[in-house]
Write a protein that binds this ligand. Structure first.
Ligand code: ADP
Ligand code: MG
Length: 274
């Protein structure tokens, strides 16, 4: 069990996370919420990368600093500029956090097994910095899986992936989570992906936990209106899963078209400034 108790954090003076309390069991928990609400910051705090108030414990033991890196695998939202390694080297590096001559047969087998699971084994000898954004994201996912962590934290892992890959990756994350009994937390924007794959959803709003629970109890029009300021219908599909359908009213479309920029452009056109 991963327990976050009274966790608060600010970059400088402004608090970004306010007294977060959370208990996560071995299952797939999705963290949802609007932009800038603190999802990434919370994952960074749990990964032991930020000095925060409050505590994070794994099975009752406080984890921070080195402990965190031993038990926790963290896949950040942005991965920076890729280094000039091959995919195979990069994923091995994910396993050992250092490249040495002591790479065992088992390590290589595990790396190939994960690359195969992800369907990217043919990329193994390609340099990372020549891959597309989506392919690089797949390699990052491989890097975090080969660590065989107890706690897997993933920040928007499928944001650069096409629909097919998104579904494939979430199937895999869910399967690995259950097979290895991992505590997996995934920050995700797509409410319908969260509904379909998460065992539990945590909703964050303005640095606080707004609600936690089953997808079918959490995803409702009131929450979506209150947290996202969007009117939406939620219906239950034939697999008993909630499906969110945002409703965009005619007045909203009109407002967007005639917003500040729209009026500015109109004025330019009228004055002949094309
Ligand atoms: N490195 C940073 N320095 C200062 N402020 C930051 C930094 N990273 C994030 N923030 C601010 O913290 C808030 C929460 O950001 P973040 O955790 O990235 O939100 P989310 O992942 O939910 O979009 C935002 O207001 C953001 O501008
Ligand atoms: Mg984020």
């Amino acid at each position: 069990m991963l327990t976050v108790s009274n966790l608060s954090f600010g970059y400088g003076r402004k608090l970004v996370l306010k007294e977060i309390n959370l208990e996560c069991e071995p299952m797939l928990t999705a963290i949802i919420g609007p932009n800038a609400t603190g999802k990434s910051t919370l994952l960074r705090c749990i990964a032991g990368l930020m000095k925060h108030q409050g505590s994070v414990t794994l099975n009752g033991k406080i984890i921070d600093g080195e402990d965190a890196s031993r038990f926790v695998s963290y896949l950040p939202q942005e991965n920076g500029t890729p280094i000039a390694l091959t995919v195979l080297e990069a994923v091995l590096l994910g396993r050992h956090q250092s490249l040495s001559w002591r790479v065992s047969r088992d390590d290589l087998d595990l790396v190939f097994c994960v690359l195969e699971d992800l369907g990217i084994e043919e990329l193994a000898t390609r340099p990372l910095n020549q891959l597309s954004g989506g392919q690089q994201q797949m390699v990052s996912i491989a890097q975090s899986l080969v660590r065989e962590p107890q706690v897997l934290l993933m920040d928007e892992p499928t944001s650069s992936l096409d629909l097919y890959r998104q579904i494939e990756i979430f199937n895999l994350i869910r399967e690995v989570t259950w097979r290895r009994g991992m505590i997996t937390l995934v920050a995700i924007h797509d409410l319908n992906l969260a509904a379909r794959y998460a065992d539990r959803i945590v909703v964050m709003d303005k640095g606080r936990i707004y609600a936690t629970g089953d997808p079918s109890e959490i995803l409702n029009p009131e929450m979506i209106s209150s947290v996202y300021n969007v009117k939406a219908d939620v219906y239950i599909d034939k697999n008993d899963l909630p499906v969110v359908v945002p409703m965009v009213s005619a007045s909203q479309i009109k407002k967007t078209k005639m917003g500040h920029c729209g009026r500015f452009l109109d004025a330019q056109l009228i004055s002949g400034n094309k």
